[in-house]
Design a protein around this ligand. Sequence first.
Ligand code: MG
Ligand code: MG
Length: 249
Amino acid sequence: MISVKTPAQIALMRKANQIVRDTLNLLREHTKPGVSTYELNKLAHEYILSQGAVPSFLNYNGFPASICVSVDSEVVHGIPSRKKVLHEGQIVSYDCGAIYKGWHGDAARTVGVGYISPECQQLIDVTEQCFFKGVNSIKAGVTRLGDLGHVIQSYAESFGYGVVRELVGHGIGRNMHEDPEVPNFGIPGHGMRLSAGMTIAVEPMITMGTERVDWMDDGWTVKTRDRKPAAHYENTIAISDDGIEILSL
Ligand code: MG
Ligand code: MG
């Protein structure tokens, strides 16, 4: 079932998403060689609580941390730990969610650790561009999910990149994951129409090589099958007749 949000509900989601945005900015500032992903998780956890919100990932289906930290070939759902320390040249994807007064925010960013290769920088940049090209193409009541997915997919593939199929964006509101599923691939003219009042998380997960992924034995971490790098960029958006608002920017 698709839930349509009122302006007052979207205002609460805006607040939740601003907390997520600020947490991600804090993580970016603290990204440097030698920092452990455990420390980054602690920083994010404490910041979210200090803002009167709750980290939504902690204990979500048993997830053991407040943020996902996925390095290089890890696409999503990496688990922070004391042993997982960042090194120069890596790329790291932070995924963060917060609940404020019962409403969810969800966003993700990939950032470089120190100096990174031009190839990795391009992957990060194109993944962000995929998001913006996709959401800027949305017209309430006109655009279908297949249209949005196609914009993202065709842009990523024009660089020879892969688009992960097994993981998709989603509706969001009182729950982190609501209907509809929002794929980063699709066929124009297919799928549900996006309409005013819908709030969705659009989150391209783009790979340098194959789009195939493997699930690791920890039950969470998703890696590219060829172990080449992947990037992730996500924001929660609200769709209205006047256009889209990116709530987590
Ligand atoms: Mg997310
Ligand atoms: Mg999400």
